[in-house]
Design a protein around this ligand. Structure first.
Ligand code: SF4
Ligand code: SF4
Length: 204
């Protein structure tokens, strides 16, 4: 399910994400970080940078903090897994129309990248993950993920999507005994979305 608002954190200084990680670590210990999240919004002028109102900015940052806290909790168990998969969002492809040469395989369902554009984020992430032994799916939505996990006995999963989608998945994974790491999109909107490749490299 997408957020009811659009956001773009891609121009926010990298230091913001370092502080976000620190707050997330604190949340793993203390749980309540409402004031700190609010302070981050003010300090990095998130409302001005993104055009979000305070309520939406709070939802977004709380989700980012929650996901990072879950990542930290799950990290050790994730690193112990052997059979791993990366789920990429179809909305981060360079093209959403027939200029994208990926083949859609409806039986899975997934797009299979044809590597038509060197500067396509999905293409780069696909290559990055496969070089580290991951299987890769470029999925049209989150609802197909449980079936793919079950059919292939994956033990570890890295997922990239917007925060709301990732939160739903983070509740499901422990139930089916799969260890996950989440990478939230830093620009949403369901087309031309953006995630950070450096973050992906670290997580993989
Ligand atoms: S590089 Fe792959 S995902 Fe990107 S536009 Fe081309 S075929 Fe589609
Ligand atoms: S931004 Fe991408 S991941 Fe989020 S709901 Fe839209 S299509 Fe799905």
């Amino acid at each position: 399910m997408p957020y009811k608002f659009t956001f773009d954190l891609s121009k926010v200084p990298r230091f913001f994400f370092t502080e976000l990680a620190t707050v997330s670590h604190q949340k793993g210990v203390h749980k309540a970080v409402f004031k700190t999240t609010h302070d981050l919004i003010v300090k990095f002028k998130i409302q001005e940078a993104t055009g979000l109102n305070l309520a939406d900015a709070m939802i977004l940052l709380e989700d980012l903090v929650d996901l990072q806290a879950i990542n930290l909790t799950e990290r050790k168990r994730f690193l112990e897994t052997e059979r791993r998969v990366l789920f990429l969002p179809h909305c981060s492809r360079k093209f959403m129309d027939n200029r994208c040469k990926a083949i859609f395989e409806p039986s899975i369902p997934t797009y299979i990248c044809d590597h038509c554009s060197d500067d396509c984020l999905v293409n780069k992430a696909d290559a990055q993950a496969r070089s580290k032994g991951y299987d890769v799916y470029i999925v049209p939505g989150g609802s197909c993920i449980p079936k793919i996990l079950k059919n292939n006995n994956y033990q570890g999963v890295v997922g990239i999507a917007c925060g709301e989608e990732m939160k739903m998945m983070s509740h499901l994974l422990p139930i089916i005994n799969v260890r996950g790491q989440a990478i939230p999109l830093i620009k949403n909107g369901c087309a031309n979305t953006v995630f950070n490749l450096e973050t992906l490299d670290k997580v993989l």
